[in-house]
Design a protein around this ligand. Sequence first.
Ligand code: UDP
Ligand code: MG
Length: 181
Amino acid sequence: MIHEQTLVLIKPDAVQRQLIGEIIKRFEENQLKVCALKMIHPNEELAKKHYPLDEEWCKSAFEKTKKSAQEEKRTLGFSNHIEFGEILQNWLVNFITESPVIAIIIKGPNAINSVRDIVGATEPCKAISGTIRKDFASDESYEKANSVGRALRNLIHASDSIENAKREIQVWFKEHEVYEY
Ligand code: UDP
Ligand code: MG
């Protein structure tokens, strides 16, 4: 299996709720290794670098949110992915700059997908049992968050592809902060 690196952020809600240890434990007990780690209170500039307002990012988030609204027969008050992306980026910047986060590089076999499996679905109420989001944030949903104009408080960010992992790792870490052991 291919050894990959992925970027994990323990988001402000998880840090505030003192879940740092619980979360890191879930990765370590699944043969995944921490190879860089820091606590940082992101400013707006860093938050926007992490959540860039590009076509692909807007489209992917919009499609997921739209699908969930359609399945639940709710109306989503956004006409296109760009309009949605701009508003979502704002919500996420407000959230991620609220208080410190823990940025981690996790390494291991198939790390990108393994980490996302351990984290669970974006919408914690729909995540399966035994995942971090289900176990610690299960009453959170798109509906609840979107209806009051805020980001979903789902504890974790995890890279979703090799390209995004590479880009995100460079946003949060310098080369000399990453360890081999
Ligand atoms: N998000 C949100 N409302 C939405 C869609 C996304 O608040 O309608 C937030 C949520 O915190 C999510 C992040 O935006 O974790 C990034 O969205 P993505 O679809 O990439 O989910 P993830 O990769 O985190 O599961
Ligand atoms: Mg994502």
